[in-house]
Design a binder for this molecule. Structure first.
Ligand SMILES: [Cu+2]
Length: 135
């Protein structure tokens, strides 16, 4: 219950910020500036599942996993354009910024079947490329 409410609140905040961000982009189109990554997407790490199980984001996107269960879990990218792994822990959070588009298969290595998928879409032009700005 607690978790569901929090996720809803985060979603609402993301929507509002997206609106604000869109307005700012129109007012000041700046190429090369790092896009705002203030909006964080939260995933609950519970016993023994991730919630949500499927997530679609636009890179770059910071994702925070929050341990809500009682037993130890971890977050491990089994397959994906970027790999990362959290410590095995029973509480706290773990954050990573998804920068590469693609499909991420994430598991808890302790619990077979405890898995989730993040689909990362490319959105704004990448700031890491050496392509000249469009004229
Ligand atoms: Cu687990």
């Amino acid at each position: 219950m607690r978790t569901r409410f929090r996720l809803a609140a985060v979603g609402l905040g993301a929507g509002l910020l997206a609106l604000i961000g869109a307005g700012a982009a129109v007012a000041a189109p700046s190429q090369g500036d790092a896009p705002s990554t203030a909006v964080t997407v939260s995933v609950s790490v519970d016993d023994n599942f991730f919630q949500p199980k499927k997530l679609t984001v636009t890179v770059p996107q910071k994702v925070t996993w929050e341990w809500d269960g009682l037993v130890a879990h971890n977050v491990d990218v089994e397959k994906g354009p970027q790999t990362f792994k959290s410590k095995t822990q029973t509480k706290g959070t773990f954050s990573r910024t998804i920068r590469k588009p693609g499909k991420y298969q994430i598991v808890c290595t302790l619990h077979p079947g405890m898995e989730m998928t993040i689909r990362a879409k490319s959105g704004r032009p990448s700031t890491t490329s050496t392509a000249p700005p469009a004229t």
